[in-house]
Ligand binder design. Structure first.
Ligand SMILES: *Cc1c(COP(=O)(O)O)cnc(C)c1O
Length: 383
C-alpha cells in the first residue's frame, strides 16, 4: 500500500510555469520581480498593507520580535501549546518566554489566563515587551477578548499565523490581528514554497526595517557600511514564483482540508470517546490538520494505539504538539496553567490532512480508526 502522508506539498501546475518564468528571466536570486508580486498579492489576501517575503516563518518571528524592540532580559508571553519555532525565536533575542495555557474551545491561548497574567504583571510593574499569539492547526485564537486585554495594558501582539493562512475570525483574515503577523511556507503547511515565510504589518516603516535587517542591514552607501547587526533572511525570487502559484489555489486548499475534516467527522464522530478539535463560533478554521482527542476508557484504545496501527498500515499520523512547559529546553520558563495543553497532548492525534488526499485514502484511514474503536466495544445487537 502506498504511504499516506500527514500533510504533503500539493502543487497545482501554476507553480511550475511561474518557476520556469523566473528561471528563464535569470532573476534567480537574491530578489526579483516575483518577490515584489508575491508580497503585493499576499498583503492583499491577508488585508494588511505590507508583506515581506523571508526565508522561513521562524525568521519572520525573529524579525518581528526585533522590530518591537524585544531584547535581552525581556519577557514575552506566548502559548505553551505550540510548535517550538515560536519559543525558539523568543530566545534568539535573549528574551524569556512566559507560557500560557490553552482554552478547550479553540486550543489556543486562554484569554482569561492572559488577562490574569497581565493583571498580575501590571501590579508588579513587570509587563512583557510583547505577546506572541499562536493560531494552531488552522484556527485563529479568540482575538475579541485577547486584543481588548492587550490594548488595556498597551502590550503589542505578534500573531504567529504560520499554521493558519486562509483562516478567518470575525470575518478578518488570520495574520491581521497583531502589530505584526507571521506565516510559514514550510513543506507541510497549507501552501508551500519548499521553505519560506512572510511577515505582514500595516506600517511601511516596520516593513522597510524588516527588509533592511533581512539583507544584512546595509546602510545606504556605495561601500558596504553597517551600523547595525543584520541577517540573511530574504526569500529567493525562484521560491516567490512557487509561492505565487500556490497562492492562486489557496481557497481550493482550504476547501479540501475542511472537506477532509468533515469526512472524518461524519465517519467517526459517533464512536464513543472521540472528540474533534472544536471550531470557534466567530471563526472559520482551515482545518490545516484534522485533530482529535481520544478518551481511552471510552474509546477502548489510546491515541498512540491508533497512531501505531495507522503506521503499521503505512499511514502517517502525529501526536498533537508537546507543550513547551514540558520540553526540557523550556522547562525553566514560567507557566500559567498548563493542564489543558497537557490533556490535549496526552490524548491528541493529527490525522492525515493533505489537500491531495483521495477519497480512498480518507476511507482507509477512517476505516482503521473505526475498526480499532469498534473492536473494543461490546458487540451491538443488529437492528
Ligand atoms: C511551522 C511553524 C513555524 C515556523 O515556520 P518555519 O517556516 O518552519 O520556520 C512557526 N510557528 C508555528 C506555530 C509553526 O507551525
Amino acid at each position: 500500500m502506498e504511504r499516506v502522508f500527514l500533510s504533503p506539498p500539493h502543487m497545482s501546475g501554476h507553480e511550475r510555469e511561474l518557476l520556469l518564468d523566473a528561471f528563464d528571466s535569470n532573476w534567480i536570486a537574491p530578489l526579483g520581480p516575483h518577490i515584489d508580486a508575491f508580497e503585493r498579492e499576499f498583503a492583499a489576501l491577508v488585508d494588511m498593507k505590507q508583506a515581506v517575503a523571508l526565508s522561513s516563518g521562524t525568521a519572520a518571528l525573529h524579525l518581528a520580535l526585533i522590530l518591537l524592540g524585544v531584547s535581552a532580559g525581556d519577557e514575552v508571553l506566548t502559548s505553551t501549546f505550540t510548535f517550538a519555532a515560536t519559543t525558539n525565536a523568543i530566545t534568539y533575542v535573549g528574551a524569556k518566554p512566559v507560557l500560557i495555557d490553552s482554552e478547550p474551545t479553540t486550543w489556543n491561548m486562554d484569554p482569561d489566563l492572559l488577562a490574569d497574567e497581565l493583571r498580575a504583571r501590571a501590579r508588579r510593574n513587570r509587563l512583557p515587551k510583547a505577546v506572541v499569539i499562536v493560531d494552531l492547526y488552522g484556527q485563529c485564537a479568540d482575538y475579541g477578548p485577547i486584543r481588548q486585554t492587550c490594548a488595556r495594558y498597551d502590550v503589542p501582539i505578534i500573531e504567529d499565523a504560520a499554521e493558519a493562512l486562509g483562516a478567518t475570525y470575525a470575518g478578518r483574515p488570520a495574520g491581521a490581528f497583531g502589530a505584526l503577523g507571521v506565516f510559514s511556507f514550510n513543506g507541510n503547511k497549507i501552501i508551500t514554497t519548499s521553505g519560506g515565510g512572510m511577515l505582514v504589518c500595516d506600517s511601511e516603516y516596520l516593513a522597510e526595517r524588516a527588509r533592511f535587517l533581512a539583507t544584512q542591514a546595509r546602510d545606504p552607501a556605495p561601500h558596504y557600511q553597517h551600523s547595525q547587526i543584520g541577517y540573511n533572511y530574504r526569500m529567493s525570487n525562484l521560491l516567490a514564483a512557487v509561492g505565487r502559484g500556490q497562492l492562486r489555489v489557496l481557497e481550493d486548499r482550504v476547501a479540501a482540508r475542511r472537506a477532509n475534516f468533515e469526512f472524518y467527522r461524519s465517519e467517526l464522530a459517533d464512536l464513543p470517546g472521540i472528540d474533534f478539535m472544536p471550531e470557534h463560533h466567530r471563526g472559520r478554521s482551515t482545518r490545516w490538520l484534522t485533530c482529535l482527542t481520544i478518551d481511552p476508557r471510552r474509546f477502548g484504545a489510546t491515541s498512540e494505539d491508533i497512531r501505531l496501527t495507522l503506521e503499521a498500515a503505512n499511514i502517517e499520523s502525529r501526536p498533537t504538539w508537546k507543550p513547551m512547559h514540558l520540553q526540557p529546553a523550556f522547562s525553566t520558563c514560567c507557566v500559567r496553567g498548563g493542564a489543558v495543553a497537557e490533556h490535549i497532548f496526552q490524548h491528541g492525534l493529527c490525522l492525515p490532512s493533505g489537500s491531495s488526499l483521495t477519497g480512498k485514502d480518507l476511507s482507509r484511514v477512517a476505516n482503521i480508526v473505526r475498526d480499532i474503536g469498534s473492536r473494543r466495544l461490546p458487540k451491538r445487537k443488529a437492528a
